[in-house]
Design a protein around this ligand. Sequence first.
Ligand code: SF4
Length: 365
Amino acid sequence: MSSTRHNWTKEEILDIYNKPLMELLYEAATTHRRHHDPNTVQVSTLLSIKTGGCPEDCGYCPQAARYHTDIEGNDLMSVSQVKAQALRAKASGSSRVCMGAAWRNVKDGPEFDQVLEMVRTINKLDMEVCCTLGMVTENQAKRLAEAGLYAYNHNLDSSEEYYKEVISTRGYQDRLETIDNVRKTNVTVCSGGIIGMGEKVADRAGMLVALSTLNPQPESVPINALVAVEGTPLEDQKPVSIWEMIRMVATTRIVMPETQVRLSAGRTEMSREGQAMCFFAGANSIFAGDKLLTTPNPDVSEDMELFKLLGLNPQKPFIKKMQPQTVEAEDSQYQDLGEKPKWTRPEHKIERNEEAKLKAKELTK
Ligand code: SF4
Protein backbone atom coordinates (compact mmCIF):
# COMPACT_ATOMS: atom_id res chain seq x y z
CA MET A 1 0.00 0.00 0.00
CA SER A 2 1.32 3.45 -0.87
CA SER A 3 2.39 5.56 2.08
CA THR A 4 2.04 8.75 0.07
CA ARG A 5 0.06 11.43 1.91
CA HIS A 6 -2.29 13.84 0.19
CA ASN A 7 -3.16 15.97 3.19
CA TRP A 8 0.01 17.93 3.87
CA THR A 9 -0.52 21.33 5.48
CA LYS A 10 1.55 24.44 4.91
CA GLU A 11 2.71 24.38 8.55
CA GLU A 12 3.92 20.79 8.29
CA ILE A 13 5.78 21.55 5.06
CA LEU A 14 7.37 24.66 6.57
CA ASP A 15 8.52 22.60 9.55
CA ILE A 16 10.21 20.18 7.14
CA TYR A 17 11.78 22.96 5.03
CA ASN A 18 13.20 24.67 8.14
CA LYS A 19 14.66 21.57 9.82
CA PRO A 20 18.36 21.62 10.67
CA LEU A 21 19.99 20.84 7.32
CA MET A 22 21.52 17.51 8.33
CA GLU A 23 18.16 16.28 9.63
CA LEU A 24 16.44 17.42 6.46
CA LEU A 25 19.01 15.75 4.20
CA TYR A 26 18.90 12.52 6.16
CA GLU A 27 15.11 12.32 6.01
CA ALA A 28 15.00 13.24 2.31
CA ALA A 29 17.75 10.79 1.32
CA THR A 30 16.09 8.00 3.33
CA THR A 31 12.75 8.69 1.66
CA HIS A 32 14.46 8.83 -1.71
CA ARG A 33 16.12 5.43 -1.49
CA ARG A 34 12.92 3.80 -0.28
CA HIS A 35 11.22 4.76 -3.50
CA HIS A 36 13.94 5.19 -6.12
CA ASP A 37 17.31 3.88 -7.15
CA PRO A 38 19.60 6.51 -5.58
CA ASN A 39 22.27 6.02 -8.25
CA THR A 40 20.02 6.69 -11.23
CA VAL A 41 19.12 10.09 -12.61
CA GLN A 42 16.98 10.67 -15.65
CA VAL A 43 18.43 12.85 -18.38
CA SER A 44 15.79 14.78 -20.32
CA THR A 45 16.14 17.12 -23.23
CA LEU A 46 13.98 20.20 -23.54
CA LEU A 47 13.36 21.40 -27.09
CA SER A 48 11.83 24.77 -27.81
CA ILE A 49 9.71 23.83 -30.81
CA LYS A 50 8.17 27.31 -31.10
CA THR A 51 10.02 30.17 -29.48
CA GLY A 52 8.90 33.66 -28.47
CA GLY A 53 5.92 35.84 -29.31
CA CYS A 54 3.76 34.54 -26.45
CA PRO A 55 0.76 36.72 -25.52
CA GLU A 56 1.00 35.85 -21.79
CA ASP A 57 2.75 38.04 -19.19
CA CYS A 58 4.66 35.54 -16.99
CA GLY A 59 7.09 37.88 -15.23
CA TYR A 60 10.05 35.51 -15.48
CA CYS A 61 9.71 34.61 -19.14
CA PRO A 62 11.79 36.09 -21.96
CA GLN A 63 9.39 34.54 -24.50
CA ALA A 64 6.52 36.89 -23.60
CA ALA A 65 6.03 39.19 -26.60
CA ARG A 66 5.45 42.23 -24.36
CA TYR A 67 8.96 42.16 -22.83
CA HIS A 68 12.01 43.42 -24.66
CA THR A 69 14.52 40.62 -24.45
CA ASP A 70 17.08 39.54 -26.99
CA ILE A 71 15.79 36.04 -27.66
CA GLU A 72 15.28 35.01 -31.25
CA GLY A 73 11.73 33.95 -32.00
CA ASN A 74 11.05 30.91 -34.21
CA ASP A 75 7.99 29.49 -35.92
CA LEU A 76 6.97 25.91 -35.17
CA MET A 77 9.79 23.49 -36.01
CA SER A 78 9.24 20.80 -38.64
CA VAL A 79 8.73 17.17 -37.67
CA SER A 80 12.04 16.20 -39.30
CA GLN A 81 13.95 18.86 -37.33
CA VAL A 82 12.43 17.58 -34.11
CA LYS A 83 13.25 13.98 -35.02
CA ALA A 84 16.89 14.89 -35.73
CA GLN A 85 17.20 16.65 -32.37
CA ALA A 86 15.51 13.78 -30.54
CA LEU A 87 17.94 11.28 -32.08
CA ARG A 88 20.86 13.46 -31.04
CA ALA A 89 19.44 13.68 -27.52
CA LYS A 90 18.98 9.90 -27.35
CA ALA A 91 22.57 9.32 -28.51
CA SER A 92 23.85 11.49 -25.69
CA GLY A 93 21.91 9.65 -22.97
CA SER A 94 18.50 11.34 -22.82
CA SER A 95 15.52 9.08 -22.27
CA ARG A 96 12.93 11.84 -22.43
CA VAL A 97 12.24 14.68 -24.82
CA CYS A 98 10.12 17.59 -23.67
CA MET A 99 8.79 19.86 -26.41
CA GLY A 100 7.87 23.40 -25.40
CA ALA A 101 5.83 25.87 -27.46
CA ALA A 102 5.35 29.48 -26.36
CA TRP A 103 1.57 29.38 -26.60
CA ARG A 104 -1.14 30.59 -24.20
CA ASN A 105 -3.15 27.50 -25.07
CA VAL A 106 -3.37 24.83 -27.71
CA LYS A 107 -5.51 25.70 -30.72
CA ASP A 108 -6.97 22.94 -32.88
CA GLY A 109 -5.64 23.18 -36.43
CA PRO A 110 -2.59 22.42 -38.57
CA GLU A 111 -0.02 23.44 -35.94
CA PHE A 112 -1.53 21.14 -33.32
CA ASP A 113 -1.68 18.35 -35.93
CA GLN A 114 2.03 18.92 -36.53
CA VAL A 115 2.75 18.62 -32.81
CA LEU A 116 0.74 15.37 -32.70
CA GLU A 117 2.94 14.06 -35.52
CA MET A 118 6.05 15.04 -33.53
CA VAL A 119 4.69 13.10 -30.55
CA ARG A 120 4.12 10.00 -32.73
CA THR A 121 7.61 10.32 -34.21
CA ILE A 122 9.43 10.57 -30.87
CA ASN A 123 7.31 7.79 -29.44
CA LYS A 124 8.62 5.49 -32.17
CA LEU A 125 12.18 6.28 -31.01
CA ASP A 126 11.42 4.54 -27.72
CA MET A 127 11.79 7.71 -25.72
CA GLU A 128 9.38 9.29 -23.26
CA VAL A 129 7.76 12.27 -24.90
CA CYS A 130 6.49 15.24 -22.95
CA CYS A 131 4.87 18.46 -24.14
CA THR A 132 4.43 21.88 -22.60
CA LEU A 133 2.09 23.82 -24.86
CA GLY A 134 0.05 25.96 -22.47
CA MET A 135 -3.53 25.26 -21.50
CA VAL A 136 -5.26 22.21 -23.01
CA THR A 137 -8.87 21.11 -23.13
CA GLU A 138 -9.93 17.60 -22.23
CA ASN A 139 -10.37 16.76 -25.91
CA GLN A 140 -6.90 18.05 -26.82
CA ALA A 141 -5.39 16.08 -23.93
CA LYS A 142 -7.11 12.97 -25.29
CA ARG A 143 -5.70 13.57 -28.76
CA LEU A 144 -2.21 13.96 -27.29
CA ALA A 145 -2.72 10.71 -25.36
CA GLU A 146 -3.81 8.90 -28.51
CA ALA A 147 -0.66 10.12 -30.28
CA GLY A 148 1.39 8.46 -27.51
CA LEU A 149 2.24 11.39 -25.24
CA TYR A 150 3.88 10.18 -22.03
CA ALA A 151 3.75 13.38 -19.96
CA TYR A 152 2.26 16.87 -20.08
CA ASN A 153 4.02 19.72 -18.30
CA HIS A 154 2.05 22.59 -16.83
CA ASN A 155 3.75 24.29 -13.88
CA LEU A 156 1.93 25.88 -10.97
CA ASP A 157 4.97 28.18 -10.69
CA SER A 158 4.38 29.31 -7.06
CA SER A 159 1.71 29.45 -4.35
CA GLU A 160 -1.75 30.57 -5.40
CA GLU A 161 -1.20 33.85 -3.49
CA TYR A 162 2.16 34.69 -5.08
CA TYR A 163 1.18 33.50 -8.56
CA LYS A 164 -0.90 36.69 -8.95
CA GLU A 165 2.21 38.81 -8.39
CA VAL A 166 3.95 37.18 -11.34
CA ILE A 167 1.21 36.43 -13.88
CA SER A 168 -2.03 38.27 -14.58
CA THR A 169 -3.19 36.89 -17.92
CA ARG A 170 -4.47 33.60 -16.53
CA GLY A 171 -5.23 32.30 -13.07
CA TYR A 172 -4.18 29.47 -10.79
CA GLN A 173 -7.51 27.75 -11.36
CA ASP A 174 -6.84 27.73 -15.13
CA ARG A 175 -3.59 25.91 -14.41
CA LEU A 176 -5.30 23.36 -12.19
CA GLU A 177 -7.97 22.84 -14.81
CA THR A 178 -5.38 21.91 -17.44
CA ILE A 179 -3.78 19.46 -15.01
CA ASP A 180 -7.23 18.03 -14.41
CA ASN A 181 -7.83 17.66 -18.15
CA VAL A 182 -4.55 15.78 -18.51
CA ARG A 183 -5.52 13.53 -15.58
CA LYS A 184 -8.60 12.40 -17.50
CA THR A 185 -6.22 10.58 -19.88
CA ASN A 186 -3.37 8.13 -19.29
CA VAL A 187 -0.79 10.89 -19.81
CA THR A 188 1.35 11.49 -16.71
CA VAL A 189 1.49 14.94 -15.10
CA CYS A 190 4.60 17.08 -14.79
CA SER A 191 4.07 20.20 -12.68
CA GLY A 192 6.40 22.21 -10.49
CA GLY A 193 7.60 25.73 -10.05
CA ILE A 194 10.27 28.34 -9.74
CA ILE A 195 12.00 29.67 -6.64
CA GLY A 196 13.77 33.01 -6.44
CA MET A 197 10.99 35.16 -7.91
CA GLY A 198 10.75 37.26 -4.73
CA GLU A 199 8.36 34.86 -3.00
CA LYS A 200 8.48 33.99 0.69
CA VAL A 201 9.40 30.54 1.97
CA ALA A 202 5.70 30.21 2.88
CA ASP A 203 4.87 30.54 -0.83
CA ARG A 204 7.24 27.69 -1.66
CA ALA A 205 5.45 25.62 0.98
CA GLY A 206 2.11 26.77 -0.46
CA MET A 207 3.09 25.52 -3.89
CA LEU A 208 4.12 22.16 -2.41
CA VAL A 209 0.74 21.95 -0.64
CA ALA A 210 -1.04 22.55 -3.97
CA LEU A 211 1.02 19.86 -5.72
CA SER A 212 1.17 17.25 -2.97
CA THR A 213 -2.55 17.36 -2.22
CA LEU A 214 -3.38 16.44 -5.81
CA ASN A 215 -4.46 12.83 -5.90
CA PRO A 216 -2.56 11.27 -7.59
CA GLN A 217 0.42 13.54 -7.06
CA PRO A 218 2.24 14.64 -10.24
CA GLU A 219 4.56 11.91 -11.50
CA SER A 220 7.14 14.62 -12.15
CA VAL A 221 7.91 17.88 -10.32
CA PRO A 222 10.47 20.28 -11.80
CA ILE A 223 12.12 22.63 -9.32
CA ASN A 224 13.60 25.62 -11.11
CA ALA A 225 15.78 28.42 -9.76
CA LEU A 226 14.90 31.66 -11.49
CA VAL A 227 17.29 32.67 -14.24
CA ALA A 228 16.70 36.43 -14.22
CA VAL A 229 16.64 37.63 -17.83
CA GLU A 230 17.24 41.24 -18.76
CA GLY A 231 14.11 42.85 -20.12
CA THR A 232 11.70 40.81 -17.97
CA PRO A 233 9.99 42.24 -14.86
CA LEU A 234 12.08 39.90 -12.68
CA GLU A 235 15.42 40.94 -14.22
CA ASP A 236 16.74 42.34 -10.92
CA GLN A 237 16.03 39.32 -8.74
CA LYS A 238 19.12 38.03 -6.95
CA PRO A 239 19.98 34.36 -7.61
CA VAL A 240 18.73 31.94 -4.95
CA SER A 241 21.43 30.34 -2.84
CA ILE A 242 22.23 26.68 -3.32
CA TRP A 243 21.07 26.06 0.25
CA GLU A 244 17.56 27.19 -0.64
CA MET A 245 17.59 24.93 -3.67
CA ILE A 246 18.75 21.96 -1.59
CA ARG A 247 16.04 22.64 1.01
CA MET A 248 13.39 22.90 -1.69
CA VAL A 249 14.46 19.68 -3.40
CA ALA A 250 14.64 17.81 -0.07
CA THR A 251 11.21 19.05 1.04
CA THR A 252 9.68 18.15 -2.32
CA ARG A 253 11.15 14.67 -2.05
CA ILE A 254 9.72 14.14 1.45
CA VAL A 255 6.18 15.29 0.65
CA MET A 256 6.06 13.62 -2.77
CA PRO A 257 8.11 10.45 -2.25
CA GLU A 258 7.23 8.66 -5.48
CA THR A 259 7.57 11.65 -7.78
CA GLN A 260 10.47 12.25 -10.14
CA VAL A 261 12.00 15.48 -8.78
CA ARG A 262 13.61 17.44 -11.61
CA LEU A 263 16.53 19.73 -10.97
CA SER A 264 15.71 22.16 -13.74
CA ALA A 265 16.64 25.76 -14.62
CA GLY A 266 19.48 27.44 -12.79
CA ARG A 267 22.01 24.60 -12.82
CA THR A 268 24.68 26.74 -14.51
CA GLU A 269 24.86 28.75 -11.28
CA MET A 270 25.33 25.63 -9.16
CA SER A 271 28.64 24.03 -8.28
CA ARG A 272 29.14 20.31 -8.79
CA GLU A 273 29.07 19.89 -5.03
CA GLY A 274 25.77 21.75 -4.87
CA GLN A 275 24.24 19.57 -7.56
CA ALA A 276 25.56 16.45 -5.81
CA MET A 277 23.78 17.54 -2.62
CA CYS A 278 20.58 18.04 -4.61
CA PHE A 279 20.87 14.48 -5.95
CA PHE A 280 21.48 13.23 -2.41
CA ALA A 281 18.41 15.19 -1.27
CA GLY A 282 16.26 13.40 -3.84
CA ALA A 283 16.56 15.11 -7.21
CA ASN A 284 16.52 12.36 -9.82
CA SER A 285 16.29 14.13 -13.12
CA ILE A 286 18.15 16.85 -14.97
CA PHE A 287 17.69 18.57 -18.28
CA ALA A 288 20.58 18.18 -20.66
CA GLY A 289 21.68 20.42 -23.50
CA ASP A 290 23.25 23.86 -23.59
CA LYS A 291 19.86 25.61 -23.49
CA LEU A 292 16.73 25.18 -21.39
CA LEU A 293 14.21 26.65 -23.83
CA THR A 294 15.98 30.01 -23.96
CA THR A 295 18.15 30.12 -20.82
CA PRO A 296 21.66 28.67 -20.45
CA ASN A 297 22.23 25.12 -19.18
CA PRO A 298 25.38 23.02 -18.61
CA ASP A 299 26.85 21.18 -21.59
CA VAL A 300 25.98 17.44 -21.89
CA SER A 301 29.64 16.41 -21.61
CA GLU A 302 29.96 18.32 -18.31
CA ASP A 303 26.91 16.47 -17.02
CA MET A 304 28.28 13.10 -18.08
CA GLU A 305 31.56 13.91 -16.31
CA LEU A 306 29.60 14.74 -13.18
CA PHE A 307 27.66 11.46 -13.47
CA LYS A 308 30.94 9.55 -13.73
CA LEU A 309 32.38 11.36 -10.76
CA LEU A 310 29.31 10.57 -8.64
CA GLY A 311 28.76 7.04 -9.99
CA LEU A 312 25.35 7.94 -11.36
CA ASN A 313 23.67 6.17 -14.27
CA PRO A 314 21.22 7.76 -16.71
CA GLN A 315 17.72 6.32 -16.24
CA LYS A 316 16.18 4.19 -18.96
CA PRO A 317 12.87 5.39 -20.45
CA PHE A 318 9.45 4.36 -19.12
CA ILE A 319 10.53 3.65 -15.56
CA LYS A 320 7.83 5.65 -13.86
CA LYS A 321 9.16 5.26 -10.39
CA MET A 322 11.50 3.29 -8.28
CA GLN A 323 13.65 0.33 -8.94
CA PRO A 324 13.14 -0.47 -5.29
CA GLN A 325 16.03 -0.93 -2.96
CA THR A 326 14.59 -2.31 0.25
CA VAL A 327 15.89 -2.13 3.78
CA GLU A 328 17.02 -5.75 3.32
CA ALA A 329 18.83 -4.98 0.06
CA GLU A 330 20.63 -2.05 1.65
CA ASP A 331 21.45 -4.02 4.80
CA SER A 332 22.86 -6.92 2.79
CA GLN A 333 25.43 -4.59 1.26
CA TYR A 334 26.75 -3.80 4.74
CA GLN A 335 26.54 -7.37 5.97
CA ASP A 336 28.57 -8.54 2.97
CA LEU A 337 31.16 -5.96 3.97
CA GLY A 338 31.11 -7.28 7.52
CA GLU A 339 29.47 -4.10 8.81
CA LYS A 340 26.01 -3.37 10.06
CA PRO A 341 24.16 -0.14 9.58
CA LYS A 342 24.42 1.91 12.72
CA TRP A 343 20.97 3.39 12.38
CA THR A 344 17.52 1.95 12.45
CA ARG A 345 14.84 2.53 9.89
CA PRO A 346 11.14 1.85 10.02
CA GLU A 347 10.09 -1.31 8.21
CA HIS A 348 8.42 -0.95 4.87
CA LYS A 349 7.13 -3.47 2.44
CA ILE A 350 8.58 -2.83 -0.95
CA GLU A 351 9.27 -5.76 -3.20
CA ARG A 352 12.92 -6.01 -4.05
CA ASN A 353 13.25 -6.61 -7.75
CA GLU A 354 15.93 -8.39 -9.72
CA GLU A 355 17.59 -5.23 -10.94
CA ALA A 356 17.99 -3.91 -7.38
CA LYS A 357 19.50 -7.26 -6.35
CA LEU A 358 22.09 -7.09 -9.11
CA LYS A 359 22.94 -3.51 -8.24
CA ALA A 360 23.41 -4.38 -4.57
CA LYS A 361 25.78 -7.19 -5.63
CA GLU A 362 27.76 -4.92 -7.93
CA LEU A 363 28.19 -2.38 -5.14
CA THR A 364 29.72 -4.95 -2.82
CA LYS A 365 32.21 -6.38 -5.36
S1 SF4 B 1 6.02 30.90 -19.52
FE1 SF4 B 1 4.90 30.04 -21.26
S2 SF4 B 1 2.91 31.00 -21.13
FE2 SF4 B 1 4.24 32.27 -19.87
S3 SF4 B 1 5.00 33.87 -21.26
FE3 SF4 B 1 6.49 32.22 -21.31
S4 SF4 B 1 5.91 30.96 -23.05
FE4 SF4 B 1 4.15 32.25 -22.52
